[in-house]
Design a protein around this ligand. Structure first.
Ligand SMILES: C[S@@+](CC[C@H](N)C(=O)[O-])C[C@H]1O[C@@H](n2cnc3c(N)ncnc32)[C@H](O)[C@@H]1O
Length: 277
């Protein structure tokens, strides 16, 4: 088995698994269109959200720690005639040459901020990059009791897709170990390529971890990071956050200025999958 440290060193596999995922796309397009200024996609990956924003005419840049993800985003953007400003940097210590109306963090990317120091530094860095009255908008799955109680320590198949070209089945298996007190999940991910006879033809292993946050914890972090006010929603349609199975959407505003728009609604239900990449 080939071992690679992070799944984000294999952007072609990320795209195979997730590029067609669009449960949140309408929401982020609404956020971008109504921003009234440039948008920074923090942890933009291969451009799952960034590219549609650019297609929609939004002036958007991207930051991501993993150069292979950025290289793929750049290539995909160029194929569509876009040349976004993309920077390789940690979310807690990036520097971009301009300020944004919105900094966005889609699809649980903030869970890769591993410690309270990382989280705080990320929120501070994002705020420094916001225009007055701008907002940092973050989407995180909510780590409710059912999530923590799911079986762990054995491989669970998360996703199966057909690879374009040869039509081979590609499976993503995840062996999770959870640390409830540390609010952390460690994943050993195995990508299995299944041959025509149904046998595993190739295995590729990765490791990653995520640290989950709760509503009031994030509120305290916003407060410490110097945001002036914040709003929480329980889904992409602007529902109140009140159920453990909901997606958490948080807006943190830079400065006391009233936002020019109300938090937009858009997007569909979160996928009924265990996927929390
Ligand atoms: C779950 S993916 C989300 C990607 C993209 N936002 C999307 O919605 O498809 C998380 C992303 O965070 C990036 N990432 C992980 N750790 C990071 C860090 N410390 N700083 C910046 N980016 C990071 C990964 O390379 C990956 O692209």
């Amino acid at each position: 088995m080939t071992h690679r440290r992070s799944p984000y060193e294999a952007p072609e596999l990320y795209d195979l698994m997730f590029d067609t995922l669009d449960f949140d796309l309408a929401f982020w397009l609404a956020v971008g269109r109504e921003a009234g200024g440039p948008v920074l996609d923090l942890c933009c990956g291969t451009g799952r959200i960034l590219l549609p924003l650019l297609d929609a005419g939004v002036d958007a840049d991207g930051v991501d720690l993993y150069r292979p993800m950025l290289a793929r985003a750049r290539k995909k953007a160029a194929a569509k005639g876009h040349r976004p400003r993309l920077a390789a940097a940690d979310m807690s210590a990036f520097r971009m040459p301009r300020r944004y109306a919105r900094v966005i963090s889609a699809f649980n990317a903030f869970a890769h901020a591993d410690t309270p120091d990382d989280q705080l530094a990320t929120l501070r860095c994002a705020r420094k990059h916001l225009l007055p009255g701008g907002a940092f908008v973050v989407h995180m799955s909510y780590p409710g009791p059912r999530y923590w109680a799911e079986p762990e320590g054995e491989p669970v198949m998360e996703l199966e897709v057909r690879r374009p070209g040869d039509g081979r089945r590609i499976q993503m298996w995840d062996t999770r170990v959870k640390d409830v007190v540390g609010q952390r999940q460690r994943s050993e991910i195995e990508i299995r390529e299944i041959d025509e006879a149904g046998a595993v033809a190739k295995r590729t292993g990765f490791e990653t971890s995520q640290r989950w946050v709760y509503r009031y914890e994030l509120e305290l972090l916003f407060r410490l990071a110097g945001y002036a006010r914040w709003e929480f929603f329980g889904g992409f349609a602007g529902e109140p956050l009140e159920g453990e199975e909901q997606q958490m959407i948080a807006w943190a505003w830079n400065g006391r200025a009233r936002p020019r728009v109300k938090a937009p609604a858009g997007g569909g239900a979160a996928p009924r999958t265990k996927t929390r990449p």
